[in-house]
Design a protein around this ligand. Sequence first.
Ligand code: SF4
Length: 287
Amino acid sequence: MSIATKEQKVKSILDIYRNRDPVFGYRYVADPYLGCSQQCTYCANPIELETQTVQVRLNAAEVLSRQLVKKSRETVGIGYKCDPYMPLEKHYLITHDLLQVLAVQGFPVHIKTRSTLVLRDKKILQEIASKTMASVTFEFCSPFISLAKQLEPNVPSPIKRFNALHNLASKGVTCGVALNPILPFIGDDQKGIKQIIIAAKESGASYILKAPLSIASKHERAFLAFLETNYRELVQPYRFLYGREGIVPDSYWQPINEMIETLAREQGMRCEAPYWTEVQSKQLSLF
Ligand code: SF4
């Protein structure tokens, strides 16, 4: 199914949350697009399902520049409600322009993506890293090429993502890996998870993040249709596991969470999103 784009001028681009996101640590978020064209089977992003439209925020950089004036300097998340390096970005350069604003105004950034196009912006990321912090989280649902191809057919292969991670990490950009989403009975086996964590370490990642699949929203429930076609035997186990709430119970998640934390610790990596604030940085410089 093809994705349409809706070019828009927005009044606001910066969302400021009271609390940091429990997985990615975002509090300030500036997304260049709303929705994503890459159509991963499990995607939770708010693309308009009926119209299959991605919103392109044409004036994002200009608006961000204005909105950051007088804001306390904290990490700005990019890629909360989109993949900021989906193919559209080659043409629009909106993520690139947002990074330039952050570099000029001295704000740190944390990007999450499944794309290798982020390498295009290596120089700006290095500039931000030299002033505050630049971090890039690459997301994975499986290390296995054929499974990844089936689940996320339009993003670069796991090997290409690890190569991109290695390239950025070797240039001083903080990099990590998010096991996101962990797909019950498909991508939750220890062998695959361990393979991702070891590859992350060998590529230069310094942290691991993780989140289970949710099917609580209308967008997320589309994954059940994918199961119906491709893993029919899993439809009932998913319905049983997710119940009415559409989220996995603790009894499922806790052992997996602990297993990931143990594997990450063994590789010397933390399970915490990178974060930089001016206040913290000043406090540290006093010691
Ligand atoms: S790359 Fe991320 S945002 Fe885009 S479709 Fe895949 S999961 Fe959704």
